[in-house]
Design a protein around this ligand. Sequence first.
Ligand SMILES: Cc1cc2nc3c(=O)[nH]c(=O)nc-3n(C[C@H](O)[C@H](O)[C@H](O)COP(=O)(O)OP(=O)(O)OC[C@H]3O[C@@H](n4cnc5c(N)ncnc54)[C@H](O)[C@@H]3O)c2cc1C
Length: 384
Amino acid sequence: MKQNFYEPDHESFREVVAAFVEREVLPNLDRWDEQRLIDRETWLVAGRQGIIGLSAPEEFGGPASPDYRFRMVVLEELGKAFATSLASSFSLQDDILIPYISAFGTDEQRRRWLPPMISGELIAAIAMTEPGTGSDLQGIRTSAVRVDGGWRVNGAKTFITSGIQCDLVVVVARTDPEGGPHGFTLLVVEKDMPGFTRGRKLDKVGLDAQDTAELFFEDVFVPEANVLGEVGGGMAQLKQMLPLERLSIAAHAVAVSEAVLANTVEYTRQRTAFGKRIADFQNTRFQLAEMATELDVTRAYVERAILAHNAGELTVVDAAKAKWWASEIQNRIIDRCLQLHGGYGYMLEYPVARAFKDARIQKIFGGTNEIMKHIIGRDLVGRP
Ligand SMILES: Cc1cc2nc3c(=O)[nH]c(=O)nc-3n(C[C@H](O)[C@H](O)[C@H](O)COP(=O)(O)OP(=O)(O)OC[C@H]3O[C@@H](n4cnc5c(N)ncnc54)[C@H](O)[C@@H]3O)c2cc1C
């Protein structure tokens, strides 16, 4: 039941991405994990080869018509290499930051930031989460007070992806303490602004090569020219962009699960016990059959969501369904694949073990899976 999700252009692009992975990614994966940082040079090569910047408008160097299927190709090829940290870092740039600047930036902001983001010279981050609040964004305490020519920002953010490397960070700040949901604004803080400092690189369960950090803002002056979108419109802007962020997590989940399952099928064909291949035990065949089916069904939903996104029709609820479901399936599949590897599945030199560590976050970031179900439930039965 093969359907034509991809067209010849996507397959030609796949060859470019596969060559990039072979040359620039595979030889460096272990080192990136050890140094817990991806080389900046890799971003520049990806930029030169058109592997990032796929969501940017054409006038700034993006593609003629953004099509998420190209992003899916990138996720699939990085998935096959188990380059999860890199995939997730590129997703942040392509599926969150470039769309934010494209959608809400003024012409001047777009001209200033988009070309270097597409070329990989400028790495961007988004800072919503704080030590005291994550799911409940209304609890954000980082404040911005209006001063002559701009805003004075104070506060702290945590768990910020690309927090160590980023050159620019979109900060969600409270600009009107009495404004309720209309009291938040997106402000772009740039790396050299006095008062902006980074904390330690956080030690995580997985995604070793990705730099996740705390960020601090002490009387940081942000000029009016760095307000992204409407003052007071921050929460609405976040809501508008969350479906794409969640689609990105679901797409990544499918790509990685397919790679892990393929790798496990191969392993069970090679490994023997009790004089048979592991693949010959009925339990193994049933496990593989169940996983292949679950994954195909999940893929069909995610592909539908990708096409809906391309058509500008992906809803908040559908994206929430894709995110929680695909990330649960990913974790379930990887756990079962690890089991089929026996003790080797627990050894980090085996891809399944790394995939296991890296998968867990998928159920937490981009809005926890509980929050996804809250969104879907609210759509079904209204607010409590
Ligand atoms: C590796 C990593 C990278 C990240 N990258 C970024 C980033 O780049 N930028 C950024 O801003 N943030 C980032 N985050 C933060 C991430 O989005 C938050 O951790 C996540 O939204 C959850 O918030 P929290 O950690 O405060 O958990 P909490 O909100 O404290 O939740 C704790 C538990 O309570 C549950 N819960 C909360 N509210 C409800 C509810 N209404 N109903 C039912 N259950 C509920 C949650 O589901 C969870 O199980 C990252 C986190 C990690 C770990």
